[in-house]
Design a protein around this ligand. Sequence first.
Ligand SMILES: Cc1cc2nc3c(=O)[nH]c(=O)nc-3n(C[C@H](O)[C@H](O)[C@H](O)COP(=O)(O)OP(=O)(O)OC[C@H]3O[C@@H](n4cnc5c(N)ncnc54)[C@H](O)[C@@H]3O)c2cc1C
Length: 327
Amino acid sequence: MNAFRYAQARDAASAMATLAAEPSAMYVAGGTNVIDLMKEYVERPSLLVDIAQLPMRAIEPAANGLRVGSLALMSDVADHPAVVRGFPVVSQALLLSASPQLRNMATIGGNVMQRTRCAYFRDATQPCNKRAPGTGCAARGGDNRRHAVIGGSEQCICTHASDLAVALLAVDAVVHVQGRAGERAIPFERFHVLPGTTPQRETVLERGDLITAVELPASAHARGSYYLKVRDRASYEFALVSVAAAFDVRAGRIRAARVALGGVAPKPWRAHDAEAALIGRQPGAQAFAAAAQAATRGMRGYGQNDFKIALTRRAVARALAHAGDVA
Ligand SMILES: Cc1cc2nc3c(=O)[nH]c(=O)nc-3n(C[C@H](O)[C@H](O)[C@H](O)COP(=O)(O)OP(=O)(O)OC[C@H]3O[C@@H](n4cnc5c(N)ncnc54)[C@H](O)[C@@H]3O)c2cc1C
Protein backbone atom coordinates (compact mmCIF):
# COMPACT_ATOMS: atom_id res chain seq x y z
CA MET A 1 0.00 0.00 0.00
CA ASN A 2 1.29 3.46 -0.87
CA ALA A 3 1.51 6.13 1.83
CA PHE A 4 -1.60 8.35 1.93
CA ARG A 5 -3.10 11.11 4.04
CA TYR A 6 -6.49 10.96 5.76
CA ALA A 7 -9.08 13.65 6.43
CA GLN A 8 -12.55 13.53 7.97
CA ALA A 9 -15.14 15.52 6.03
CA ARG A 10 -17.06 18.07 8.12
CA ASP A 11 -19.80 18.54 5.54
CA ALA A 12 -20.60 17.66 1.94
CA ALA A 13 -19.36 20.98 0.55
CA SER A 14 -15.92 20.71 2.13
CA ALA A 15 -15.64 17.05 1.08
CA MET A 16 -16.32 18.00 -2.53
CA ALA A 17 -13.93 20.98 -2.37
CA THR A 18 -11.15 18.76 -1.03
CA LEU A 19 -11.61 16.28 -3.86
CA ALA A 20 -11.66 19.07 -6.43
CA ALA A 21 -8.38 20.46 -5.09
CA GLU A 22 -6.46 17.18 -5.06
CA PRO A 23 -6.69 15.12 -8.28
CA SER A 24 -5.85 11.75 -6.72
CA ALA A 25 -7.93 12.10 -3.55
CA MET A 26 -10.80 9.62 -3.03
CA TYR A 27 -13.83 9.30 -0.79
CA VAL A 28 -13.96 6.46 1.72
CA ALA A 29 -17.24 5.35 3.32
CA GLY A 30 -17.14 1.82 4.81
CA GLY A 31 -13.73 1.24 3.25
CA THR A 32 -14.39 -2.42 2.43
CA ASN A 33 -13.61 -1.97 -1.26
CA VAL A 34 -11.27 0.98 -1.54
CA ILE A 35 -8.88 -0.17 1.22
CA ASP A 36 -8.67 -3.67 -0.30
CA LEU A 37 -7.73 -2.15 -3.64
CA MET A 38 -5.16 0.16 -2.04
CA LYS A 39 -3.47 -2.86 -0.46
CA GLU A 40 -3.20 -4.39 -3.96
CA TYR A 41 -1.82 -1.13 -5.48
CA VAL A 42 -4.88 -0.96 -7.74
CA GLU A 43 -6.07 2.31 -6.15
CA ARG A 44 -3.33 4.77 -5.16
CA PRO A 45 -5.02 7.81 -3.63
CA SER A 46 -2.79 10.52 -2.10
CA LEU A 47 -5.61 11.40 0.32
CA LEU A 48 -8.67 9.58 1.65
CA VAL A 49 -11.59 11.85 2.51
CA ASP A 50 -13.73 10.02 5.05
CA ILE A 51 -17.41 10.81 4.51
CA ALA A 52 -18.76 8.28 7.01
CA GLN A 53 -19.79 10.95 9.54
CA LEU A 54 -21.90 13.01 7.13
CA PRO A 55 -25.66 12.97 7.87
CA MET A 56 -26.63 10.66 5.01
CA ARG A 57 -27.54 7.49 6.87
CA ALA A 58 -31.33 7.78 7.25
CA ILE A 59 -33.87 5.44 5.69
CA GLU A 60 -37.07 7.45 5.53
CA PRO A 61 -40.39 7.72 3.68
CA ALA A 62 -40.30 9.90 0.56
CA ALA A 63 -43.13 11.45 -1.45
CA ASN A 64 -43.47 8.33 -3.59
CA GLY A 65 -41.69 5.55 -1.70
CA LEU A 66 -38.50 5.42 0.31
CA ARG A 67 -35.33 7.49 0.47
CA VAL A 68 -32.22 5.59 1.54
CA GLY A 69 -29.23 7.71 2.57
CA SER A 70 -26.05 6.77 0.72
CA LEU A 71 -24.29 6.04 4.03
CA ALA A 72 -26.99 3.65 5.23
CA LEU A 73 -25.37 0.32 5.99
CA MET A 74 -26.15 -2.70 3.84
CA SER A 75 -27.36 -4.59 6.93
CA ASP A 76 -29.69 -1.78 8.07
CA VAL A 77 -31.27 -1.48 4.62
CA ALA A 78 -31.67 -5.26 4.26
CA ASP A 79 -33.55 -5.48 7.57
CA HIS A 80 -35.67 -2.34 7.30
CA PRO A 81 -39.37 -3.33 7.39
CA ALA A 82 -40.33 -0.89 4.61
CA VAL A 83 -37.63 -2.38 2.36
CA VAL A 84 -38.59 -5.97 3.17
CA ARG A 85 -42.27 -5.21 2.48
CA GLY A 86 -42.12 -2.83 -0.46
CA PHE A 87 -38.85 -3.84 -2.18
CA PRO A 88 -38.13 -7.49 -1.30
CA VAL A 89 -35.61 -7.80 -4.15
CA VAL A 90 -33.42 -5.13 -2.51
CA SER A 91 -33.48 -6.83 0.87
CA GLN A 92 -32.80 -10.27 -0.68
CA ALA A 93 -29.93 -9.00 -2.86
CA LEU A 94 -28.27 -7.40 0.17
CA LEU A 95 -28.66 -10.48 2.37
CA LEU A 96 -27.07 -12.60 -0.38
CA SER A 97 -24.08 -10.21 -0.56
CA ALA A 98 -20.72 -10.55 1.17
CA SER A 99 -20.92 -11.51 4.87
CA PRO A 100 -22.67 -10.12 7.99
CA GLN A 101 -19.42 -8.40 9.09
CA LEU A 102 -19.01 -6.70 5.72
CA ARG A 103 -22.68 -5.72 5.56
CA ASN A 104 -22.29 -4.04 8.96
CA MET A 105 -19.47 -1.84 7.59
CA ALA A 106 -20.35 -1.28 3.95
CA THR A 107 -22.66 1.43 2.67
CA ILE A 108 -25.22 1.68 -0.13
CA GLY A 109 -23.25 4.39 -1.97
CA GLY A 110 -20.02 2.41 -1.70
CA ASN A 111 -21.76 -0.74 -2.90
CA VAL A 112 -22.96 0.69 -6.19
CA MET A 113 -19.51 2.29 -6.71
CA GLN A 114 -17.50 -0.88 -5.99
CA ARG A 115 -15.01 -1.93 -8.67
CA THR A 116 -15.02 -5.16 -10.64
CA ARG A 117 -13.66 -8.40 -9.17
CA CYS A 118 -11.89 -9.25 -12.47
CA ALA A 119 -8.69 -10.97 -11.37
CA TYR A 120 -6.64 -9.09 -13.99
CA PHE A 121 -7.96 -5.74 -12.79
CA ARG A 122 -7.07 -6.65 -9.21
CA ASP A 123 -3.54 -7.81 -10.06
CA ALA A 124 -1.39 -4.75 -10.71
CA THR A 125 1.22 -6.88 -12.53
CA GLN A 126 -1.27 -7.82 -15.30
CA PRO A 127 -2.40 -5.83 -18.35
CA CYS A 128 -5.82 -4.24 -17.81
CA ASN A 129 -7.33 -1.37 -19.80
CA LYS A 130 -9.57 -0.42 -16.89
CA ARG A 131 -6.74 -0.06 -14.36
CA ALA A 132 -4.05 1.08 -16.81
CA PRO A 133 -5.62 2.33 -20.07
CA GLY A 134 -3.86 1.09 -23.21
CA THR A 135 -2.24 -1.99 -21.64
CA GLY A 136 -4.75 -4.51 -23.08
CA CYS A 137 -7.37 -6.90 -21.74
CA ALA A 138 -5.84 -10.13 -20.46
CA ALA A 139 -9.27 -11.69 -19.88
CA ARG A 140 -10.26 -11.94 -23.55
CA GLY A 141 -7.78 -14.75 -24.24
CA GLY A 142 -7.23 -15.70 -20.62
CA ASP A 143 -9.19 -16.95 -17.65
CA ASN A 144 -12.63 -15.57 -18.49
CA ARG A 145 -14.96 -17.99 -16.72
CA ARG A 146 -16.45 -15.18 -14.61
CA HIS A 147 -16.51 -12.57 -17.36
CA ALA A 148 -19.18 -10.79 -19.40
CA VAL A 149 -21.31 -12.36 -22.12
CA ILE A 150 -22.97 -9.09 -23.10
CA GLY A 151 -22.06 -5.40 -23.04
CA GLY A 152 -18.29 -5.92 -23.18
CA SER A 153 -15.91 -4.35 -25.70
CA GLU A 154 -12.53 -5.00 -27.30
CA GLN A 155 -11.09 -3.16 -24.32
CA CYS A 156 -12.90 -4.80 -21.41
CA ILE A 157 -15.15 -7.79 -20.66
CA CYS A 158 -15.31 -7.51 -16.87
CA THR A 159 -18.52 -7.99 -14.91
CA HIS A 160 -20.03 -5.59 -12.42
CA ALA A 161 -19.89 -7.08 -8.93
CA SER A 162 -22.78 -5.49 -7.05
CA ASP A 163 -25.90 -7.51 -6.23
CA LEU A 164 -27.71 -4.46 -4.88
CA ALA A 165 -27.24 -2.64 -8.20
CA VAL A 166 -29.11 -5.38 -10.06
CA ALA A 167 -32.01 -5.14 -7.62
CA LEU A 168 -32.08 -1.34 -7.89
CA LEU A 169 -32.63 -1.64 -11.65
CA ALA A 170 -35.69 -3.80 -11.08
CA VAL A 171 -37.36 -1.24 -8.81
CA ASP A 172 -36.61 1.84 -10.95
CA ALA A 173 -34.31 3.40 -8.33
CA VAL A 174 -33.05 6.96 -8.71
CA VAL A 175 -29.61 8.10 -7.50
CA HIS A 176 -29.37 11.54 -5.89
CA VAL A 177 -26.04 13.25 -6.39
CA GLN A 178 -24.53 16.47 -5.12
CA GLY A 179 -21.96 17.98 -7.45
CA ARG A 180 -20.27 21.24 -8.29
CA ALA A 181 -23.31 22.38 -10.29
CA GLY A 182 -25.75 21.50 -7.49
CA GLU A 183 -27.99 18.49 -6.96
CA ARG A 184 -29.25 16.13 -9.63
CA ALA A 185 -31.23 12.90 -9.86
CA ILE A 186 -30.06 10.07 -12.12
CA PRO A 187 -32.31 7.13 -13.04
CA PHE A 188 -30.35 4.06 -11.98
CA GLU A 189 -30.39 2.57 -15.47
CA ARG A 190 -28.32 5.55 -16.66
CA PHE A 191 -25.94 5.58 -13.69
CA HIS A 192 -23.41 2.96 -14.88
CA VAL A 193 -21.87 3.08 -18.36
CA LEU A 194 -20.49 0.37 -20.65
CA PRO A 195 -16.71 0.16 -21.15
CA GLY A 196 -16.55 0.92 -24.90
CA THR A 197 -13.16 2.55 -25.52
CA THR A 198 -12.97 4.09 -22.03
CA PRO A 199 -13.27 1.20 -19.58
CA GLN A 200 -11.72 3.30 -16.81
CA ARG A 201 -15.01 5.24 -16.69
CA GLU A 202 -17.75 3.27 -14.94
CA THR A 203 -20.49 5.75 -14.07
CA VAL A 204 -21.81 9.11 -15.22
CA LEU A 205 -20.47 10.74 -12.05
CA GLU A 206 -18.01 13.62 -12.43
CA ARG A 207 -14.98 13.96 -10.22
CA GLY A 208 -15.99 15.01 -6.70
CA ASP A 209 -19.67 14.12 -7.12
CA LEU A 210 -21.12 12.76 -3.90
CA ILE A 211 -23.99 10.26 -3.86
CA THR A 212 -26.34 11.51 -1.17
CA ALA A 213 -29.24 9.05 -1.40
CA VAL A 214 -30.97 6.38 -3.44
CA GLU A 215 -34.72 6.76 -3.90
CA LEU A 216 -36.93 3.70 -4.24
CA PRO A 217 -40.30 4.54 -5.86
CA ALA A 218 -43.15 2.38 -4.55
CA SER A 219 -44.84 0.21 -7.18
CA ALA A 220 -46.79 -3.02 -7.48
CA HIS A 221 -43.97 -4.69 -9.41
CA ALA A 222 -41.45 -3.68 -6.73
CA ARG A 223 -43.69 -5.36 -4.12
CA GLY A 224 -43.70 -8.51 -6.26
CA SER A 225 -39.95 -8.63 -6.80
CA TYR A 226 -37.48 -11.46 -6.23
CA TYR A 227 -33.68 -11.93 -6.37
CA LEU A 228 -31.99 -15.14 -7.47
CA LYS A 229 -28.22 -15.46 -7.16
CA VAL A 230 -26.33 -18.40 -8.69
CA ARG A 231 -22.77 -18.78 -7.44
CA ASP A 232 -20.00 -21.33 -6.99
CA ARG A 233 -20.70 -21.75 -3.26
CA ALA A 234 -23.75 -20.98 -1.17
CA SER A 235 -22.43 -17.97 0.75
CA TYR A 236 -19.73 -15.30 0.77
CA GLU A 237 -19.35 -15.42 -3.00
CA PHE A 238 -20.05 -13.14 -5.96
CA ALA A 239 -22.66 -14.08 -8.57
CA LEU A 240 -21.92 -16.14 -11.66
CA VAL A 241 -25.37 -15.07 -12.80
CA SER A 242 -28.05 -13.25 -10.85
CA VAL A 243 -31.56 -12.14 -11.72
CA ALA A 244 -33.78 -9.46 -10.22
CA ALA A 245 -37.29 -10.20 -11.43
CA ALA A 246 -40.40 -8.13 -10.80
CA PHE A 247 -43.86 -7.98 -12.27
CA ASP A 248 -47.43 -7.23 -11.39
CA VAL A 249 -50.58 -8.89 -12.60
CA ARG A 250 -54.01 -7.31 -13.12
CA ALA A 251 -56.99 -9.33 -14.32
CA GLY A 252 -54.74 -12.32 -14.96
CA ARG A 253 -52.27 -10.51 -17.27
CA ILE A 254 -48.80 -9.15 -16.63
CA ARG A 255 -49.06 -5.37 -16.65
CA ALA A 256 -45.51 -4.26 -15.79
CA ALA A 257 -42.30 -6.31 -15.71
CA ARG A 258 -38.65 -5.82 -14.87
CA VAL A 259 -35.84 -8.30 -15.52
CA ALA A 260 -32.31 -7.26 -14.52
CA LEU A 261 -29.19 -9.41 -14.66
CA GLY A 262 -25.96 -9.53 -12.68
CA GLY A 263 -22.72 -11.39 -13.38
CA VAL A 264 -23.16 -11.18 -17.15
CA ALA A 265 -22.16 -7.64 -18.14
CA PRO A 266 -19.76 -4.82 -17.19
CA LYS A 267 -22.71 -2.97 -15.70
CA PRO A 268 -25.94 -4.13 -14.06
CA TRP A 269 -27.90 -5.25 -17.09
CA ARG A 270 -31.55 -4.55 -17.79
CA ALA A 271 -33.06 -7.19 -20.08
CA HIS A 272 -35.65 -5.09 -21.93
CA ASP A 273 -36.40 -7.84 -24.45
CA ALA A 274 -37.31 -10.21 -21.63
CA GLU A 275 -39.62 -7.62 -20.12
CA ALA A 276 -41.36 -7.04 -23.46
CA ALA A 277 -41.90 -10.80 -23.80
CA LEU A 278 -43.90 -10.77 -20.56
CA ILE A 279 -46.23 -7.83 -21.05
CA GLY A 280 -49.86 -8.82 -21.64
CA ARG A 281 -49.17 -12.54 -21.05
CA GLN A 282 -50.63 -14.77 -18.38
CA PRO A 283 -47.94 -15.50 -15.80
CA GLY A 284 -46.75 -19.09 -16.09
CA ALA A 285 -44.13 -21.42 -17.49
CA GLN A 286 -44.74 -20.49 -21.14
CA ALA A 287 -44.39 -16.75 -20.64
CA PHE A 288 -41.38 -17.21 -18.37
CA ALA A 289 -39.64 -19.45 -20.92
CA ALA A 290 -40.20 -16.85 -23.65
CA ALA A 291 -38.76 -14.14 -21.40
CA ALA A 292 -35.78 -16.35 -20.51
CA GLN A 293 -35.05 -16.91 -24.19
CA ALA A 294 -35.31 -13.18 -24.92
CA ALA A 295 -33.03 -12.31 -21.98
CA THR A 296 -30.05 -13.97 -23.67
CA ARG A 297 -30.52 -12.32 -27.09
CA GLY A 298 -27.17 -10.81 -28.12
CA MET A 299 -25.08 -12.75 -25.61
CA ARG A 300 -21.77 -14.35 -26.67
CA GLY A 301 -19.15 -16.18 -24.66
CA TYR A 302 -15.35 -16.11 -24.76
CA GLY A 303 -14.74 -19.82 -24.20
CA GLN A 304 -14.71 -20.50 -20.48
CA ASN A 305 -17.81 -18.42 -19.82
CA ASP A 306 -20.05 -19.85 -22.57
CA PHE A 307 -22.03 -21.72 -19.91
CA LYS A 308 -23.37 -18.43 -18.57
CA ILE A 309 -25.79 -18.10 -21.48
CA ALA A 310 -27.71 -21.29 -20.71
CA LEU A 311 -27.41 -20.53 -17.01
CA THR A 312 -28.97 -17.09 -17.53
CA ARG A 313 -31.89 -18.66 -19.36
CA ARG A 314 -32.61 -21.06 -16.52
CA ALA A 315 -32.07 -18.44 -13.82
CA VAL A 316 -34.48 -15.97 -15.46
CA ALA A 317 -37.23 -18.60 -15.73
CA ARG A 318 -36.72 -19.64 -12.13
CA ALA A 319 -36.61 -16.10 -10.75
CA LEU A 320 -39.82 -15.20 -12.58
CA ALA A 321 -41.54 -18.25 -11.10
CA HIS A 322 -40.86 -16.78 -7.64
CA ALA A 323 -41.80 -13.19 -8.48
CA GLY A 324 -45.14 -11.47 -9.04
CA ASP A 325 -47.61 -9.20 -7.30
CA VAL A 326 -51.09 -10.46 -8.08
CA ALA A 327 -54.01 -8.09 -7.49
C1 LIG B 1 -14.83 -10.62 0.74
C2 LIG B 1 -15.86 -9.73 0.11
C3 LIG B 1 -17.02 -10.29 -0.42
C4 LIG B 1 -17.97 -9.48 -1.03
N1 LIG B 1 -19.10 -10.03 -1.57
C5 LIG B 1 -20.02 -9.23 -2.18
C6 LIG B 1 -21.20 -9.77 -2.77
O1 LIG B 1 -21.44 -10.98 -2.74
N2 LIG B 1 -22.07 -8.91 -3.38
C7 LIG B 1 -21.85 -7.56 -3.44
O2 LIG B 1 -22.67 -6.82 -3.99
N3 LIG B 1 -20.73 -7.03 -2.89
C8 LIG B 1 -19.84 -7.82 -2.27
N4 LIG B 1 -18.71 -7.27 -1.73
C9 LIG B 1 -18.43 -5.86 -1.94
C10 LIG B 1 -18.96 -5.01 -0.81
O3 LIG B 1 -20.36 -5.05 -0.83
C11 LIG B 1 -18.41 -3.60 -1.08
O4 LIG B 1 -17.04 -3.65 -0.75
C12 LIG B 1 -19.11 -2.56 -0.26
O5 LIG B 1 -20.49 -2.50 -0.55
C13 LIG B 1 -18.50 -1.18 -0.54
O6 LIG B 1 -19.07 -0.24 0.35
P1 LIG B 1 -18.14 0.68 1.26
O7 LIG B 1 -19.03 1.62 1.98
O8 LIG B 1 -17.22 -0.15 2.09
O9 LIG B 1 -17.34 1.42 0.10
P2 LIG B 1 -15.87 2.04 0.12
O10 LIG B 1 -14.86 0.97 0.03
O11 LIG B 1 -15.73 3.03 1.23
O12 LIG B 1 -15.93 2.86 -1.25
C14 LIG B 1 -16.04 2.19 -2.48
C15 LIG B 1 -15.99 3.24 -3.61
O13 LIG B 1 -17.14 4.07 -3.57
C16 LIG B 1 -16.77 5.44 -3.47
N5 LIG B 1 -17.84 6.03 -2.63
C17 LIG B 1 -18.28 5.56 -1.42
N6 LIG B 1 -19.31 6.28 -0.99
C18 LIG B 1 -19.55 7.23 -1.94
C19 LIG B 1 -20.52 8.28 -2.07
N7 LIG B 1 -21.46 8.49 -1.13
N8 LIG B 1 -20.46 9.07 -3.15
C20 LIG B 1 -19.53 8.86 -4.12
N9 LIG B 1 -18.60 7.88 -4.06
C21 LIG B 1 -18.62 7.08 -2.97
C22 LIG B 1 -15.38 5.42 -2.86
O14 LIG B 1 -14.65 6.58 -3.23
C23 LIG B 1 -14.80 4.18 -3.49
O15 LIG B 1 -14.36 4.47 -4.79
C24 LIG B 1 -17.75 -8.07 -1.08
C25 LIG B 1 -16.61 -7.50 -0.53
C26 LIG B 1 -15.66 -8.32 0.06
C27 LIG B 1 -14.43 -7.69 0.64
